[in-house]
Design a protein around this ligand. Structure first.
Ligand SMILES: *Cc1c(COP(=O)(O)O)cnc(C)c1O
Length: 232
């Protein structure tokens, strides 16, 4: 990619962003929710800085990244220009990257084990930075996927609070690719409600309207804004 987006690339990002914003409004209105209660996280993993700029210039402020390293390479310069951009880590986090993650991200969606809670708590205490923390729930109990099984959320929540003094702000899930997602979204919403957790991070390009119907407060949308990603 070139240093700046071509007019076509810029137009594509703006059209994608507008379409998703309209989709969010429609889904919220369909379920009689206030659209302002649904926050769009534009997932910019693999998108170079020049591809992200048109979204920032169009007023988008919440962005999701999967990899600490990639985010660190792209975002400090973008944030100099857009200091109110809010960065969300939505990919798996290794404990040895907790320091960089706490330094860089405003919200971490992928807390799923006590050892990671310990590493995050240590960095939060050391730096005074307090990113919001979400527990990732593996609603489909898929072995290859991050997240804690639904039956263990209560224990992890209690341990985060009691052992590490960590406030947990919400839950995140990624439903299995082949399942209808709504049952997974409903399960996540039930667990969050039981614990009075305000943030529900669920819904991606293919299923964000269903997630909004089930109560999502944050949808994570990449492809529908930035186009298809290169296959790994
Ligand atoms: C990549 C990714 C997304 C965005 O997926 P799209 O299908 O491109 O919208 C959302 N959430 C997570 C956790 C992701 O890894």
């Amino acid at each position: 990619m070139t240093e700046t987006a071509t007019p076509e690339q810029r137009a594509d990002v703006l059209a994608g962003l507008e379409a998703v914003r309209a989709g969010i409004r429609r889904a919220a209105e369909d379920s009689e929710r206030d659209p302002r209660g649904v926050h769009l996280i534009a997932v910019s993993k693999t998108v170079p800085a020049e591809g992200i700029l048109p979204a920032l210039e169009a007023g988008q402020r919440l962005f999701g990244e999967n990899y600490v390293q990639e985010a660190r390479a792209k975002w400090p310069a973008l944030r100099e220009r857009f200091p109110d951009a809010e960065l969300h880590l939505i990919g798996p986090l290794q404990s040895n990257k907790a320091r960089e993650a706490v330094a860089l991200f405003d919200v971490i969606h992928s807390l799923d084990r006590l050892s990671l809670a310990a590493a995050l708590a240590k960095e939060i205490a050391r730096t005074g930075r307090t990113p919001k923390l979400l527990i990732q729930v593996n609603t489909g109990e898929e072995p290859q996927k991050g997240g804690i099984p639904p039956g263990q959320v209560d224990v992890l929540l209690a341990e985060c609070r009691d052992t590490h003094g960590l406030a947990i702000n919400g839950l995140m899930c990624i439903p299995p690719a082949d399942d209808p997602p709504s049952a997974h979204f409903a399960l996540l919403a039930r667990i969050a409600e039981r614990h009075n957790l305000p943030i529900l991070s669920m819904g991606m390009s293919a299923d964000y309207p269903a997630a909004i119907q089930m109560g999502a407060t944050h949808v994570r949308v990449g492809t529908a804004i930035f186009g298809a990603r290169p296959r790994p």
